[in-house]
Design a protein around this ligand. Structure first.
Ligand code: MRU
Length: 367
């Protein structure tokens, strides 16, 4: 997508071919800055501190992290060390493990002298594949938006989304946003309600920023507003992203997604999940009991960071001194609440049979 008219991906290899460039997402929306990752430790830190975040981008960053590690030392021991260090960065998004397994398979059985080149090639492919997957998700999701637009005789289609499943969460295009960008570019009147997504505010700071840069009409709403909008017929459909989908179609995504799914169900608003296949975890079935939910620092809940009127970035405490805090990063939406999964192979139902039929090679590997 474009930043100030310039085509930009969220991750790239720098021109000198020795390090990886990323957008520091912790500074958005108030500052756009890029940083260079030169070592495994840099990649680990970037994922942990959420300079890069979003399931597909975490996977791509981890893949490049393996390349950076092997550039320093291509031994088996260092490969294992890199795999373990990167895997430990964030527990919920399965794309991380998927990408690391891909990297392991690409380099493990090669002589040391070939490993760096093989890792570079596979990391680049993972990044490029992510873009192709998201574009395909966009094409399938576009049909859904166009159907609503036709039913509404061209009146604007209101899509509600949660967190940031936009291009910033992927290498490009985004998952939930890909159909929206395609619809907008095609001239379909589309408007997005972006949940602010406390505590880290990815909706307010990232989704709003990227939609604004692409010229997509949008409104940022407090997290608790979606139900009210749905009761008043102001949301035509919900499209969210996901960090892990189980073999039976349960969807894990940013905390608060489940409440939106419940509200959508109660109000008969279609609830879609944009799902790139690396986000499917066929090794687990019951999302509630089997997906590890990341718990993050209490500080994220206890404070808020923003821009003051005179342009300074400041962090302020918003709870009483000493009040305990809980900070669960994700929740699980049961398959029964999901209208459809928008995958790169088409829109499918959220159930075991449909997932296995759409991705037989992945389902077979896990069985
Ligand atoms: O904690 P984050 O910002 O990494 O969480 C991101 C989300 O929950 C996204 O919705 C999900 O990763 C899908 S990204 C296409």
């Amino acid at each position: 997508m474009k930043v100030d008219g310039k085509n930009t991906r969220t991750i790239w290899v720098e021109n000198d071919g020795t390090c990886v460039g990323i957008i520091d997402q912790t500074l958005l929306p108030h500052r756009f800055a890029t940083i260079k990752l030169k070592t495994l430790d840099d990649a680990v830190r970037a994922i942990k501190t959420m300079q890069v975040r979003g399931a597909p981008l975490i996977g791509a960053a981890a893949a490049y992290g393996v390349w950076l590690a092997l550039r320093a030392d291509a031994s088996d021991e260092n490969l294992e060390r890199a795999y373990a260090a990167l895997l430990a960065t964030r527990p919920t998004a399965i794309n991380l493990k998927w990408a690391l397994d891909q990297m392991l398979a690409a380099v493990r059985n090669r002589p040391r002298a070939e490993r760096v080149a093989a890792a570079f090639k596979r990391a680049g492919e993972i990044a490029d594949e992510d873009i192709a997957i998201n574009q395909a998700i966009g094409r399938h999701g576009l049909k859904i938006i166009e159907e609503v637009a036709a039913r509404k005789k061209g009146a604007r289609v209101n899509v509600l989304t949660h967190c940031n499943a936009g291009w910033l969460a992927t290498v490009d295009w985004g998952t939930a946003t890909a159909p929206i960008y395609l619809a907008h570019d095609k001239g379909v009147a589309v408007h997005v309600f972006a949940d602010e997504t406390r505590p880290r505010n990815q909706g307010a700071s990232l989704t709003a920023w990227e939609l604004g840069h692409h010229g997509v009409p949008h409104t940022v709403i407090p997290d608790n507003t979606g139900g009210h909008l749905m009761q008043h017929g102001l949301v035509d459909l919900v499209i969210v992203g996901t960090d892990r989908v189980t073999a039976q179609g349960d969807v894990c995504n940013k905390i608060g997604t489940y409440l939106k799914a419940l509200a959508a169900h109660d109000n008969k608003v279609p609830f879609y999940v944009a799902l790139p296949s690396p986000t499917i975890d066929f090794s687990v079935s019951d999302g509630l009991s089997e997906i590890p939910i990341e718990q993050r620092s209490p500080d994220e809940v206890a404070t808020m960071t923003g821009k003051t009127k005179d342009g300074r970035i400041e962090t302020v405490q918003i709870i009483p001194d000493g009040s305990p805090v809980a900070n669960y990063g994700f929740d699980v939406t049961p398959a029964r609440l999901i209208t459809g999964l928008i995958t790169e192979r088409g829109v499918i139902q959220a159930n075991r049979e449909a997932l296995a039929a759409a991705f037989p090679e992945r389902a077979k590997l896990a069985s």
